[in-house]
Design a protein around this ligand. Structure first.
Ligand code: NG6
Ligand code: CA
Length: 516
C-alpha cells in the first residue's frame, strides 16, 4: 500500500512549483527537471556585526565570507533571536521564541534535551518534504531525557536525530564545557567502553587536575570561571574523567567541521538536502589550528575569525567542486553578538586596534541592545538571489517557516509559531518585505528588545544590562527606554519621555506577544 510518507516528496515538489509561480521566475538551474534547491545554513558563534570585512571589519581578511556577500545579498537589518547561544539556537531550530520556554538559557554540560523528541523543527519539516538533513558542529541544546540528561556511555537521545536530522556530528555542549568529545548520531565518537566517561558538575571524589588545584597547568588564565577539569591546557566548565580516546584537541575542531561537511555533501549530492553547519568559532577558548595561530594582529579572537572564514570558504569550494553552487542556497549568520573577554584572558580587548566587533551598534553577547542580535547575515545562490544589499528586517527564527514555504513543505498545525515567512525578502525579490516587528531577548534574564519599524523599545526587568559596552560589566539600565534606530543606531539617546504614547503602545504590544 502507498503510504502517505512516500507521497510527501511528490506533494512537496508540487509545492515547490507553486512557490516558483507565486514568487515569479526563479533562475534556478534544474527547475524544469523538478529538482529542488539545496539549503545550507552556516551559523557562526559569537560573531559580531562588525567582525567581517563586508560589514566593515578591519584587521582580519575574510575573503570567503566577503565573497558570499559580493555574489549574494548582504542584510543590514538581520538578527539572531537571542543574546546567547542556547536560546538563539533553540529559536533557529524550532521557530519559537525561547522566552516562551523556561530553562532555555545557556545549557550546562549535563543538560537534558531542551527540545523534546518529535518537536517540529527546521529539519523535520524539510525532512518530511523529502530532504536529507544533517547537522555538523556545535549543538548546545542538551541531550537525553529529563531529569537525568545525557548518558555519555550509552545512547544519547533525544538529540538532533529526534527532531528531524538524519545525520549529526556534534560538539554536544560548547568548547569551554565538558566533556570535550564529539557525538556522532547517538554515541560519543571513539569512546572506548573499557575507559568510560564520567561527567559531573561537582569535582569527582578522587584527586583531580582541575583549574583550581593546578593553575600552573593552564595555558590561558581566566577571570574567575572555567575552574573545572583541565583538558588540553584549558580549564573547562564542569568535570570529567575517562574517555581518553574520545577527547578532541581544540586545534582540530574547525578541520573536523570542514572534513565532515565535505564528506556529507559528497554523500548527499544527489538528494535535495538541508545542512546546518555550526562552527564553534569564535567561542572562547579561541584555540585555532596551528596554521591560523598569529595570522592576525588581534590575537586568538582575530585568528578565530580567519579560521571561520576558511571554514566557510571550504564549504563553498566543496559546493563548487560538486557543481552544486547554483542549486544551493547558502545562509551565513551568527548565534549572538560579540564578546571580547568571555572569561578566558586572551587579550581580545587589548589587541582590537581599530576593529569594531559590534559595528556602529551598542552592546553584544548577553544583552538586548542591537549589538547583541544584529549580526552578519548573507544569503547567496548565484542566478537565483541577486547580488546586493537588503535593509529588510529578518531573523534567524524566520528561516524555518521561510524554507518550508519555499520548498512547499507542509508545516504541522501550530508549529514554528513565531517564524515568519520572509522568503521573498531572503531571495531579494523586488518590493519584498521582511518583518515589521521583532522581539529580541537576552539569556532569559528578563530583558527584551522590541523592534517595530524604526523604533526600538528596550525593557530591562533586572535594572542592569550586562556587557553593554563589551566590558563584561553590569551597567544600570532603566526599566524602559525608547530609541529611534534610524537616527540613533547606537541606542545612545533614550527618547521615551518625548514619545510617551508610542512607548506605551509598544510596551503593551510587547507584553501581548510575550503572553500570547
Ligand atoms: C557563560 C560562560 C562563557 C560562555 C557562555 C555561553 C563563564 C564565566 N562564562 O556562563 O564563557 O561559555 O556561558 O556562551 O563561565 S554561549 O555562546 O554558548 O551562549
Ligand atoms: Ca554564542
Amino acid at each position: 500500500p502507498l503510504k502517505l510518507g512516500s507521497l510527501l516528496p511528490v506533494v512537496a515538489s508540487i509545492g515547490w512549483f507553486a512557490t516558483c509561480i507565486a514568487y515569479g521566475p526563479v533562475a534556478y538551474a534544474d527547475q524544469s527537471e523538478g529538482t529542488r534547491p539545496n539549503i545550507i545554513v552556516i551559523m557562526a558563534d559569537d560573531l559580531g556585526y562588525g567582525d567581517v570585512g563586508c560589514y566593515g571589519g578591519t584587521g582580519v581578511a575574510t575573503p570567503a565570507i566577503d565573497g558570499l556577500a559580493s555574489r549574494g545579498l548582504r542584510f543590514t537589518q538581520a538578527y539572531c533571536s537571542a543574546g546567547t547561544c542556547t536560546p538563539s539556537r533553540y529559536s533557529l531550530l524550532t521557530g519559537v521564541y525561547a522566552f516562551r520556554v523556561p530553562g532555555s538559557g545557556i545549557a550546562p554540560p549535563d543538560s537534558p534535551a531542551l527540545i523534546p523528541a518529535g518537536t517540529p523543527s527546521i529539519a523535520s519539516v524539510l525532512k518530511d518534504a523529502g530532504y536529507h538533513t544533517g547537522i555538523i558542529g556545535k549543538w548546545h541544546l542538551g541531550l537525553g531525557v529529563k531529569p537525568d540528561g545525557p548518558d555519555w556511555n550509552g545512547t544519547l537521545a533525544p538529540g538532533p536525530l529526534e527532531i528531524g536530522f538524519d545525520d549529526a556530528l556534534i560538539l554536544p555542549t560548547t568548547n569551554d564545557r565538558v566533556p570535550p568529545v564529539l557525538v556522532r548520531n547517538h554515541r560519543v565518537e571513539n569512546l572506548d567502553p573499557s575507559d568510560p566517561l564520567w561527567v559531573g558538575i561537582k569535582p569527582p571524589s578522587t584527586p583531580h587536575r582541575d583549574a583550581r588545584s593546578h593553575p600552573g597547568a593552564l595555558r590561558m588564565t581566566t577571570t574567575g570561571g572555567h575552574l573545572g577539569t583541565i583538558h588540553n591546557g584549558i580549564g573547562r566548565i564542569g568535570y570529567f574523567t575517562g574517555g581518553e580516546a574520545a577527547l578532541f584537541r581544540d586545534e582540530e575542531l574547525a578541520g573536523r567541521w570542514v572534513s565532515e561537511s565535505r564528506q556529507w555533501l559528497n554523500d548527499n549530492a544527489s538528494d535535495p538536502f538541508f545542512l546546518l553547519v555550526t562552527p564553534h568559532s569564535l567561542h572562547a577558548p579561541r584555540i585555532v589550528d596551528e596554521r591560523f595561530q598569529g595570522v592576525t594582529k588581534m590575537g586568538p579572537r582575530g585568528d578565530a575569525i580567519a579560521e571561520l572564514d576558511w571554514t566557510v570558504g571550504e564549504i563553498v569550494k566543496t559546493l563548487e567542486d560538486l557543481d552544486l553552487i547554483e542549486r544551493t542556497l547558502i545562509v551565513f549568520c551568527s548565534d549572538n553578538g560579540p564578546v571580547l573577554i568571555d572569561d578566558y584572558r586572551d587579550r581580545a580587548d587589548q589587541l582590537l586596534g581599530d576593529h569594531d566587533p559590534n559595528g556602529a551598534f551598542r552592546g553584544g553577547k548577553y544583552n538586548v541592545y542591537e549589538g547583541a542580535t544584529r549580526t552578519p547575515f548573507i544569503v547567496s545562490m548565484p542566478r537565483t538571489v541577486p547580488a546586493g544589499e537588503s535593509d529588510q528586517m529578518v531573523c534567524t527564527i524566520d528561516l524555518s517557516a521561510s524554507f518550508a514555504a519555499w520548498v512547499g513543505a507542509p508545516v504541522p498545525a501550530g508549529a514554528l509559531r513565531d517564524s515568519v515567512n520572509v522568503m521573498p525578502a531572503l531571495l531579494g525579490k523586488a518590493d519584498a518585505q521582511g518583518r515589521s516587528e521583532l522581539v529580541q531577548q537576552d539569556n532569559g534574564w528578563g530583558s527584551f528588545g522590541f523592534r517595530k519599524g524604526e523604533w526600538k523599545l528596550v525593557r530591562c526587568d533586572a535594572a542592569a544590562m550586562f556587557n553593554s559596552n563589551l566590558e563584561m560589566k553590569r551597567t544600570p539600565a532603566p526599566k524602559f527606554a525608547l530609541y529611534h534606530l534610524k537616527s540613533d543606531p547606537g541606542e545612545t539617546k533614550n527618547v521615551l519621555r518625548e514619545n510617551q504614547e508610542r512607548a506605551n503602545q509598544m510596551k503593551e504590544e510587547l507584553q501581548r506577544i510575550i503572553d500570547s
